[in-house]
Design a protein around this ligand. Structure first.
Ligand code: WA2
Length: 258
């Protein structure tokens, strides 16, 4: 079951498609960096992002919403805040204390507009994901954690670079070329609950989702802690959220008679 790869490919298409049409006449550099920097007025703004992501959300039915966070160095913070007209806040909604760098959300799909203006590096799981995505150039997934929606879920992060990098680019070159981060959340708790609500006789079904990246320490992503080797007949299937370094599976069974 491929729930992830296509999801983010579709999210990444937000970046790609913006670049495509004018790539021929404007030169080599692809992606969104050159466009965001070279257009006056900028080609991308919150309304364009919200409109495009809303129109393409059917491509990412499992993501609760996508957003773009910009990489801002501390030296550039004041100018950034003046230009935006707001102050970078932490994920606890407090003004951000000084940091080496920040990742404030500047564009968001309306479904996750509550993360607008927040420094996504102020949350441990989001921060680790941001650092890993820009160091590898790949889409990366967090471990399960409580999202700002207050539901258990995971976040998929995709780095955006200012220039095209070769696949074997050094980590420090990747970091230096980083423009920002495109990402979205899988709100697994509400996904499974909505699914179960639609199933006839949902009272009889028990669903558990685990992050089994470390097989000896499965992390609960949905459902209560129950032994993995279930006694009653069950069906197990793998889930693919788009990060090949993380493994997940889902176990479905009928609730055994008391
Ligand atoms: N998106 C939605 N809800 C969240 C969340 C998140 N992160 N983190 C906690 N709750 C803009 O990786 C960059 C999305 C973070 C991207």
């Amino acid at each position: 079951m491929g729930v992830g790869g296509g999801e983010m490919a579709a999210a990444a298409a937000v970046v790609e498609e913006e670049g495509k049409e004018e790539e021929e006449e404007e030169g080599e550099e692809g992606g969104w960096g050159w466009r965001a920097r070279s257009k006056q007025p900028p080609a991308l703004d919150q309304d364009t992002f919200a409109d495009y992501t809303a129109r393409t959300s059917f491509e990412r039915p499992l993501l609760s919403g996508v957003a773009y966070a910009q990489r801002v160095m501390h030296a550039d913070r004041e100018a950034f805040e003046r230009q935006q007209g707001w102050i970078i806040k932490t994920m606890k909604h407090e003004p951000s204390p000084p940091q080496d760098e920040y990742a404030p959300v500047i564009y968001s799909q309306e479904t996750v507009s509550y993360i607008e203006g927040l420094d996504m590096m102020s949350g441990e799981e989001d921060r680790e994901n941001i650092l890993r995505s820009r160091a590898t150039g790949k889409a990366v997934l967090t471990r399960p954690f409580r999202l700002m929606s207050n539901h258990l879920g995971v976040v998929l992060t995709f780095p955006v670079y200012l220039v095209d990098l070769p696949p074997d680019a050094k980590v420090e070159d990747r970091v230096a070329a980083t423009a920002g981060y495109l990402g979205g959340a899988f709100d697994v708790e509400s996904l499974v609950e909505n699914l179960l609500r639609q199933l006839a006789g949902n009272q009889e079904l028990v669903v558990n989702v685990y992050d089994v990246t470390n097989h000896s320490n499965p992390l609960v992503m949905y459902g209560s802690e129950v032994p993995l080797g279930a006694p009653s007949p069950s069906h197990t299937c793998m889930l693919d959220f788009g990060d090949p370094f993380r493994n997940h599976h889902m176990i479905c069974r009928y609730r055994s008679e008391p």
